[in-house]
Design a protein around this ligand. Structure first.
Ligand code: SDX
Length: 428
């Protein structure tokens, strides 16, 4: 047991237990603080607050380390594939060949959506943002799958998990097809997970679609990089929604909504738009100056991170993947990639970015790669959400299966009016 922390409040000296994890910062258990002092802690943005105990993902922001169940992201991205990562995040161990075959079979058998979902899509405008369609259609799954929303039933939790992981790509592809007025493409069970998704997005009835294995492998690796990331904003949203007992589809829909924000998962779309707005390498200094100007709300999208105060390990792999995809597609010089590389070079030598420890994050290079693959900018965050679904599900399951789990209900520092009496309208 680690030495408790003492807190002096007035003439009282309180001892608070300290809990240590496997690696990383210990935590001070302040659960009894209010009862003992009548005071709350105050930490908007949770910069120094651990909301839960977890065994799933670990980040060392200073060293630029990311581990899924203890395995370094670089090794999983290099040697594994996305469905293997899904199994690892859900079950805690890498699958044996037999476990892997069974998991593949279970996911593959859930890739179709209820046929009436097609009519559900007809209600959207064609130009609806894919993330608005994803928030709605993922939430709507609870209207179609009543047999897997009893969260107290372990079997139903696992079926709902399989359905979410399996159906998200189908719904995301439908959102894309609907936005471009092309017919939906059904999943094809003899394709691997990511090849199936590419085919549902880019196949047309008039000709045979041939999966480009290099692109499929690159996108599968991108999904691995985005699969989970500790208690980020959208994962915390899923946990908080799940703590009330809401059904898993509704919780994941809440996560999709939160991820959409440009400060979070929406940054990949915003980063590409920023590179397009910069337009040429000679305009970079102007935008760097804007990013440093306190009176200008402009920020370098795809830069900075709450936890990483070093290079985001995912960004390095993303940059390598961008080159791989552009080479495969014969795109010799992508002006946006040139701008991104020069912007990164300048920023990493600029005192402001060095002092504030601002490095490229996972969103900085992903847009260039996804755009080269043929995805419209509006689909970038939907692809992030597709990959993050397994992380949300794994974290939701961990919370639900925690015997000590209770509803999340933060308190506040109230600075509004003290009690006052009502004044009738004619006397105001
Ligand atoms: C993701 O949490 C996760 O793990 C998220 C994620 C995941 O996998 O789930 O990693 C995915 O969301 C990555 C982040 C994507 N967002 C962006 O790229 C948007 C641009 N980045 C910023 O909005 C910002 O860096 C955040 C939101 C990512 C982090 O913000 P913090 O931790 O609240 O830091 P901050 O806003 O307090 O910034 C610290 C300082 C500030 O200056 P001061 O007020 O101290 O003078 O750094 C400055 C900021 O102004 N700063 C930037 C900047 N990011 C921070 N200045 C210019 N450009 C930036 N991008």
């Amino acid at each position: 047991m680690t030495t408790p922390v003492s807190l002096k409040v007035g003439d009282k000296a309180l001892e608070m237990p300290v809990k240590s994890g496997t690696i990383g910062p210990s935590v001070v258990d302040i659960g009894k603080l209010y009862a003992q002092t009548g005071m709350f802690t105050y930490d908007p943005g949770f910069t120094s607050t651990a909301s839960c105990e977890s065994k799933i993902t670990y980040i060392d922001g200073d060293e630029g380390v990311l581990l899924y169940r203890g395995y370094p992201i670089e090794q999983l991205a290099e040697h594994g594939d996305f469905l293997e990562t899904c199994y690892l995040l859900l079950y805690g161990e890498l699958p044996t060949p037999a476990q892997r075959a069974d998991f593949n079979y279970r996911v593959t058998r859930h890739t179709m959506v209820h046929e009436q979902m097609m009519r559900f899509f007809q209600g959207f405008r064609r130009d609806a943002h894919p993330m608005s369609v994803m928030v709605a259609s993922v939430g709507a799954l609870s209207a179609f799958y009543h047999d897997s929303i009893d969260i107290a039933d372990e079997n139903q939790r696992m079926i709902a998990s399989m359905r979410m992981i399996a159906k998200f790509p189908t719904l995301a592809a439908m959102a894309y097809k609907y936005s471009i007025g092309q017919p939906f493409v059904y999943p094809q069970n003899d394709l691997d997970y990511t090849s199936n998704f590419l085919r549902m997005c880019f196949a047309v009835p008039c000709e045979e679609y041939k999966v480009n294995k290099v692109l499929s492998r690159a996108l599968d690796r991108i999904f691995i990089l985005h699969a989970d990331h500790e208690q980020n904003a959208s994962t915390s949203t899923v946990r908080l929604a799940g703590s009330s007992g809401a059904n898993p589809f509704a919780c994941i829909a809440a996560g999709v909504a939160c991820l959409w924000g440009p400060a979070h998962g929406g940054a990949n779309e915003a980063a590409l738009k920023m590179l397009q707005e910069i337009g040429s390498v000679d305009r970079i200094p102007h935008y760097i100056a804007r990013a440093k100007d306190k009176n200008d709300s402009f920020r370098l999208m795809g830069f900075g991170h709450r936890v990483y105060k070093n290079y985001d390990p995912r960004a390095k792999i993303m940059q390598k993947t961008a080159h791989e995809v552009l080479n495969e597609l014969g795109i010799k010089d992508d002006p946006l990639l040139d701008i991104a590389i020069e912007l990164e070079r300048i920023a990493l030598h600029d005192e402001y970015f060095i002092e504030k420890k601002l490095y490229p994050n996972v969103d900085f290079y992903s847009g260039i790669t996804l755009k080269a693959m043929g995805f419209p900018t509006s689909m970038f965050t939907a692809l992030f959400a597709l990959a993050r679904t397994v992380g949300w599900i794994a974290q939701w399951k961990e919370m639900i299966e925690d015997p000590g789990q209770k509803i999340g209900r933060p308190r506040q520092l109230y600075t509004g009016n003290a009690r006052r009496d009502y004044i009738p309208g004619n006397m105001r």
